[in-house]
Design a protein around this ligand. Sequence first.
Ligand code: VGL
Ligand code: ZN
Length: 199
Amino acid sequence: MSAVHPKTILAPSDALIIVDVQQDFLPGGALAVPRSDEILPVLNGYIERFRAAGLPVVVTRDWHPPDHCSFKPQGGPWPVHCVAGTAGAGFPLELKLPEDVRIVSKAEDPMQDAYSGFSGTNLSAMLRALGIQRLFIGGLATDYCVLNTVLDALRKGFGVFLLEDAIRAVNVRPGDGERAVARMRERGAVALQLKALMP
Ligand code: VGL
Ligand code: ZN
């Protein structure tokens, strides 16, 4: 990742998108992402900047039926995780979500895996209705739902800042996270750290 991070100033057409920061992806959860707890205080810093600027904060959540096709008992790759309405699908208390947070549930169809927050949701329509043009995207996991959400956002014409200090990877294969970051940047995502976001 590049050492230089140009200062970024928030604009009225910006929104924060926090992808799948849910108990099951945190340490002790059913599909724990290594060191994922480290991003919580950083995400709180981003939330505070967007809240102070009066800008939208959107959280996506993996919201699976109990027999989702991505689960091992159904022949899929993952342990059962983020079943809709269970504690594991909940947001951690440490994440200081604003009262007016917008929640987008995804991957609800038992027959379809859906790693992107845009897949089968109203996310795109919601952002267009709010006049949003640039997305600041962080969360879990770098190599699955963050990757696919960022690539979809770029395809749809949004500007994308990748919150490189507020993402963590599953790394099923070593290096998956780094390769995902490289792909997102090749397609036009700009890496950003909280310290480069002007208050
Ligand atoms: C995710 C694996 C399975 C993610 C969701 O949110 O990145 N990863 N389901
Ligand atoms: Zn899932």
